[in-house]
Design a protein around this ligand. Structure first.
Ligand code: ZN
Length: 407
């Protein structure tokens, strides 16, 4: 009975949520098959590109002036794993409760947007709408594990160049308030691994110049920097309205030293270790000069004679400058939202998405998930989205995308 009343766009969304594209073994065969079948059913041009090693589904609505730069709607199809014990329902059943809340991994990140793009494209086809520009939809793999077989190599291919992309809409975040957030830049993730070497000796003596000592002094300087950034975010909130995306976060995530096999108590507690290591997850806003920040890290480590290497390094971190009066894409995007009475809050994305590869090419990208009045639950337990919010999102894209495609 309930099944009959359900909006077909919601049914498609729930079907897609049930496809197991969770890491570490996302079923891209199933997701690709699903998307290709939908494209055929909806009358969208569609091809599967395998040049990066994993399938990328590319759909298209041809414009009347196809030589103009195109509009690209991009979604990743993979999702992060779900720890079943922490969920109140199976995260791959797409269970819908009586309020219309749909619970599943990917309801917010970002199978919602993936299917909203598909459903809005279906509306365009059904209504026979014609745009000036080509409109593309891309469905890419492996965003959640760094995109090294996804968007990162894809933007360097001839296939991508063929699309002649003028602007991109990709994922944003849910907003817990009435306002909608739109992201114009991201923080660069740097993972650094610091190694200290020092003198050894018996644990009963005052050995000087130990690895641990040197490492700790460096860690303390870095933790002081962390505190300063924390204060900037929390204490300066009222005057300057700093958000997480505006400050540099730094977390000590790896710590290693000690002689012996372990675990407790199988260490040599009376031996000073000659090596101590620390790893940090650092996220740097695009307003920070990366070169100067690298100098800062060199200074922190060289003062103690420590070495470091990167486990993850981003050399370039471009943003889409919303204050640029020539950025007509933004004007049109903003005005379209104004017309629908949506309040937009531009922000820097606190983590990383595929948009970074787009922006580094100099192509503007807006991170926008049309989800408001919803707690931010991406990667969290019991991730959900209400079906009404989801359906309204399709209407919202319908109010924006034609204006961009006709610009
Ligand atoms: Zn995502």
């Amino acid at each position: 009975m309930q099944q009959e009343q359900e909006n077909s766009s919601v049914t498609v969304f729930r079907e897609f949520l049930r496809i197991r594209t969770d890491h570490p073994k996302p079923d891209y065969t199933a997701s690709t098959k699903f998307l290709v079948e939908k494209a055929q059913q909806y009358g969208l041009q569609c091809e599967v590109y395998n040049g990066t090693g994993l399938p990328i589904v590319i759909m298209k609505i041809e414009g009347s002036e196809p030589t103009l730069p195109s509009v690209l709607l991009n979604a990743h199809v993979d999702v992060v794993p779900a720890v079943l014990d922490h969920w109140k329902v199976n995260p791959f059943d797409a269970y819908k409760d009586e309020k219309g809340d749909i619970y599943a991994r990917g309801t917010q990140d970002m199978k919602c947007v993936a299917i909203q793009f598909l459903e809005v494209a279906h509306r365009f086809i059904k209504s026979g709408k014609k745009f000036r520009r080509n409109l593309y939809l891309t469905y890419v793999p492996d965003e959640e594990i760094g995109a090294s077989n996804g968007m990162e190599p894809f933007v360097k291919t001839d296939k991508f160049r063929e699309l002649n992309v003028g602007m991109v809409i990709d994922e944003g975040l849910a907003s817990p308030t009435e306002e909608f957030t739109v992201f114009y830049g991201e923080r660069a993730p740097w993972w650094i691994h610091i190694t200290a070497e020092g003198n050894t000796g018996h644990g009963s003596r005052f050995i000087e110049g130990t690895a641990v000592e040197k490492l700790m002094r460096t860690i303390n300087k870095m933790m002081q920097f962390r505190q300063d950034q924390f204060d900037l975010l929390h204490k300066g909130h009222h005057e300057c309205g700093k958000k997480l995306g505006d400050v540099t976060t730094l977390n000590l995530t790896v710590l290693k030293a000690g002689v012996g096999e372990g675990p407790f108590p199988n260490y040599s507690y009376n031996v000073i270790p000659t090596v101590a290591e620390a790893g940090f997850d650092i996220r740097i806003p695009p307003t920070v000069n990366l070169e100067s920040f690298l100098d800062q890290i060199r200074e922190w480590t060289s003062e103690e004679g420590l070495s470091f290497k990167f486990a993850n390094y981003t050399e370039k971190n471009e943003l889409t400058d919303l204050n640029d009066p020539d950025l007509k894409w933004w004007t049109v995007f903003r005005e379209s939202c104004d017309k629908m009475g949506l309040k937009l809050v531009p922000e820097i994305f606190p983590a990383a998405t595929d948009s970074r590869f787009i922006r580094n090419l100099g192509i503007p990208a807006f991170g926008f998930s049309p989800i408001n009045n919803t707690p931010i639950l991406l990667h969290d337990h019991n991730e959900f989205l209400n079906e009404k919010t989801y359906l309204r999102g399709i209407d919202i894209y319908e109010g924006i995308i034609p204006n961009l495609a006709n610009m």
